[in-house]
Write a protein that binds this ligand. Structure first.
Ligand SMILES: [Fe+2]
Ligand SMILES: [Fe+2]
Length: 193
């Protein structure tokens, strides 16, 4: 399937606002890839398909994950929507024919992050938070970082915002988000004079 065919397939499977968000992530990820010297077409592809498993309703996520042998923990059990990330990685392969492991990995990690995030993982994670259709207090600050900060500083700010948001809402914090943030915080501090 070529990129245009993927867009057609995705637009049939997702509701319109989710599809437009996906196009926004694709464009933003391509911009970030160019800025940080990463492969633009790979970033665009991962951005386009990152939410492809949102075609499943929330109630179906655990059954779909169980059917495919996806391993998950108590946080996903309590918040099954999180499973659209690992399921999206599998669906990108099943439905759209993506074989690129870097792309599949970035899709799998886009919601909660994880240890040893690759540049592509970071780009998709961040683009998802601040692509043009996103609208919430503070999003402009993240857009400034996308233009001006280093890749690690930008991603760190995204992870911090995500944890703060989850705390405010009183939801569970995924341990992978904490691991990712600790790792980047230590890396960024290590660079300070
Ligand atoms: Fe998502
Ligand atoms: Fe998304």
């Amino acid at each position: 399937m070529d990129y245009e065919e993927m867009k057609g397939e995705l637009s049939r499977r997702l509701k319109r606002s989710r599809y437009e968000h996906s196009l926004g992530v694709a464009d933003t990820a391509a911009f970030l890839a160019q800025r940080f010297g990463e492969d633009e077409s790979r970033a665009r592809l991962a951005g386009l398909l990152h939410d492809c498993a949102r075609e499943f309703p929330n109630e179906a996520m655990t059954a779909e994950a169980d059917a495919r042998g996806v391993e998950y923990g108590e946080v996903e059990r309590a918040m099954p929507l999180l499973l659209h990330a690992p399921l999206g990685s599998l669906r990108a392969k099943e439905i759209y024919g993506v074989e690129d492991d870097e792309v599949l990995r970035a899709i799998a990690r886009h919601t909660v992050g994880g240890k040893a995030m690759t540049p592509l993982d970071k780009i998709i994670y961040f683009a998802d938070m601040m692509e043009p259709t996103r609208d919430y207090p503070g999003v402009e600050n993240l857009r400034d970082l996308a233009r001006n900060a280093s890749l690690d500083e930008m991603t760190l700010a995204g992870l911090t915002r995500s944890i703060a948001f989850v705390l405010e809402k009183g939801h569970l914090i995924h341990p992978d988000t904490v691991l990712a943030r600790n790792e980047l915080l230590l890396a960024c501090r290590g660079k300070e004079p």
